[in-house]
Design a protein around this ligand. Structure first.
Ligand code: MN
Length: 202
């Protein structure tokens, strides 16, 4: 997977690859503003404050996640998780679906795209508390769905993360309140499958 390097010893807040209102009505500009501009920014600032003297200075974010512990790991993990999350969206599309080799791998692993979507949303809905549902590839390119609590990332299991849904309440509460299943079902409209396929091919 692509490596994220610090610049002058600090990690930067990722720039969103779309306008703040581009994902509406699936994700509102208000939710995006808090989620990206407040929550993710806090993780970035916390990690940058904790890195000096940790022995992990200068390493790519992906390696910090593999080597850090405690608060350092929580903040680094949340930055990696959110960079993958915010990087995978595009404006809403009807009949939004993957194509090519990724689509075939999904069919092979889960039976069909619909069966995959059902299993993925179930992973998100049944995750107790805060965390993330993930689609990842193993070393052989086989696809798996996992539930990761809090700030965990599939790289910690040796998997390559491709697609994720954030089920922390901050990801959806302004727009959907307690209706996590509705939020997750709506996210399929804004997945940028070219980005996800690119992660699969990397
Ligand atoms: Mn989040």
């Amino acid at each position: 997977m692509k490596q994220t390097m610090p610049v002058d010893g600090k990690f930067e807040l990722m720039a969103l690859p779309y306008a703040p209102e581009a994902l509406e009505p699936v994700i509102s500009a208000a939710t995006l503003g808090f989620h990206h501009g407040k929550h993710l920014l806090a993780y970035v600032n916390n990690l940058n404050a904790a890195l000096p003297g940790s022995g992990l200075e200068g390493l790519p974010l992906e390696e910090v996640v593999l080597k850090a512990q405690g608060g350092l790991l929580n903040n680094a993990g949340q930055i990696l998780n959110h960079n993958l999350y915010f990087g995978q969206f595009t404006a809403p599309k009807a009949d939004n679906a993957p194509t090519g080799r990724l689509a075939r791998a999904i069919d092979e692993a889960f039976g069909s795209f619909d069966a995959f979507k059902e299993a993925f949303v179930k992973a998100g809905v049944t995750l107790f508390g805060s965390g993330w549902a993930w689609l990842s590839a193993d070393a052989d390119g086989k696809l798996v769905i996992t539930q990761e609590p809090n700030a965990a990332n599939p790289v910690q299991r040796g998997l390559r993360p491709l697609l994720t849904m954030d089920v922390w309440e901050h990801a959806y509460y302004l727009d959907y309140q307690n209706r996590r299943p509705d939020h997750l079902a709506a996210l399929w409209q804004i997945i940028d499958w070219d980005v996800v396929a690119g992660r699969y091919e990397d």
